[in-house]
Design a protein around this ligand. Structure first.
Ligand SMILES: [Fe+2]
Length: 176
């Protein structure tokens, strides 16, 4: 077995986190009523699953095994994702998904370790690029469901206003 790389912990947390992400996006994709949202969630789910396996494979190639760990928020996040009563726009909000990073993102420092080997570095570069692309896709998806939610809110406001006008008209006609 080789010496333990200083970045093994980072690889492990990516492998574990991506497996959680796969599970979360799978549950959400199964619950959404919108085909366009499902398509994005499934694309992200497949990336997350592939990342989990690729990092587990790299850890194995380096002579180690993935050490499973339970994220404290995973169970509650899963409950949100699989909910059939929460709307997609509420899920985006509660899960804090599809948010544009402020300035930079969590991945910006993942290549800071100067000892990262070439194969791990290649994998990391692809992983970061795909994560950023997934985030852009999710931002677009979040904007689309938010626009739909706002649109239906506007429609119900107009409906209520029309009802008031109709009632007022009916009252006027009744007086004649
Ligand atoms: Fe991810």
């Amino acid at each position: 077995m080789s010496d333990k790389p200083s970045y093994l912990g980072l690889l492990n947390s990516i492998a574990v986190g991506e497996a959680d992400g796969e599970e979360l996006f799978c549950a959400w994709a199964a619950a959404t009523p919108r085909a366009d949202v499902k398509a994005v969630l499934e694309a992200v789910m497949l990336r997350e699953g592939e990342h989990a396996k690729s990092f587990a494979k790299r850890i194995n190639e380096l002579g180690f095994s993935v050490r499973p760990s339970e994220a404290p928020s995973h169970a509650s996040r899963m409950a949100i994702a699989r909910s059939t009563t929460l709307a997609d726009c509420e899920k985006f909000e509660q899960l804090n998904i599809g948010v544009a990073p402020m300035g930079t993102d969590v991945f910006a420092r993942f290549m800071d370790d100067l000892t990262i080997d070439i194969h791990t570095g290649e994998l990391m570069g692809r992983y970061i690029s795909e994560e950023r692309d997934s985030n852009r896709m999710l931002q677009g998806c979040r904007a689309a469901v938010a626009a739909e939610a706002n649109g239906s809110a506007d429609t119900s406001a107009i409906d209520a206003r029309l009802e008031r006008i109709e009632s007022a008209l009916a009252a006027l006609l009744a007086k004649q």
